[in-house]
Design a protein around this ligand. Structure first.
Ligand code: ATP
Ligand code: MG
Length: 232
């Protein structure tokens, strides 16, 4: 417990220190007018802005995680139509996908029942998985399937991206875990997304699984057990 706690704080300070170093460095360059063109100055200001956004996300994610770990997250359960939630999330990321030339395809099986869930958190889960799929895919498409059987409702998000090496699969839901840390600086990840997703899924009684093949693609599946007739 102590070790993971120490590790956690070490990770936080590392993750905060890096963007703060950029903020300080570039702010100083601009302040001391150590640039030759206006374009160069704009580039530095843009970095300062991006790093600010990054710190904001990190702090939000950490806050969310801390609340969940203290059991202080209050879910607001309602009857949710996952088709609507999926469509809404897909809408939100469609610009990002389009910019990368990725096709986003949604498949719904018939008669998807409403489920008891927290609609906002559901969207957060789906957005996180979609953002990853887009971020870690260079070409091809992303397929979202919503499928139900008599006892389960499952949502899968499948991409044709870089994939995850098999020996790293067990760790991807860990806080701050990311593959090839140096590369993700440019893509902007902090490795908190999936740990939040997993907690949110489990808080709502679901489970999450991943399968992946390097250079072929990755598929995340979120599953919820539907109440049986007797329980209703
Ligand atoms: P953020 O906190 O902004 O979400 P992140 O995307 O790096 O940062 P996670 O979403 O937790 O962090 O994902 C953890 C790691 O798992 C990623 O850094 C990436 O290496 C790998 N990963 C996640 N989703 C995919 C995917 N669809 N394809 C390939 N690798 C993935
Ligand atoms: Mg992510």
């Amino acid at each position: 417990y102590r070790d993971t706690r120490r590790e956690f704080f070490a990770n936080i300070s590392h993750e905060l220190r890096t963007p703060i170093t950029y903020l300080e460095g570039y702010a100083k360059v601009v302040k001391n007018r150590l640039y030759t063109t206006e374009e160069e100055k704009d580039r530095y200001l843009d970095i300062i802005y991006q790093e600010g956004v990054r710190i904001q996300h990190l702090v939000d994610d950490l806050f969310e995680l801390a609340k969940m770990e203290e059991g202080k997250v209050s879910l607001s359960m309602e009857w949710v139509d996952l088709k609507d939630v999926v469509n809404q999330a897909v809408q939100k990321v469609s610009l990002k996908a389009k910019e990368k030339g990725l096709e986003l395809i949604v498949h719904f099986s018939e008669d998807i029942p409403l489920i008891r869930a927290d609609g906002k958190r559901m969207e957060q889960i789906i957005l996180n998985l979609l953002e990853n799929a887009i971020r870690y895919t260079e070409n091809g498409h992303i397929d979202v399937h919503l499928h139900c059987t008599s006892s389960t409702l499952s949502l899968s998000i499948k991409d044709t991206g870089i994939g995850i090496p098999e020996d790293e699969l067990p760790y991807i839901f860990d806080r701050f875990y990311r593959i090839e840390k140096s590369r993700s600086r440019t893509t902007g990840g902090t490795g908190l997304g999936l740990s939040i997703v997993k907690k949110l899924v489990e808080l709502q009684g679901g489970s999450i699984e991943v399968s992946s093949t390097r250079d072929i693609g990755t598929c995340f599946t979120v599953q919820f057990v539907l109440p049986t007739m007797q329980e209703e």
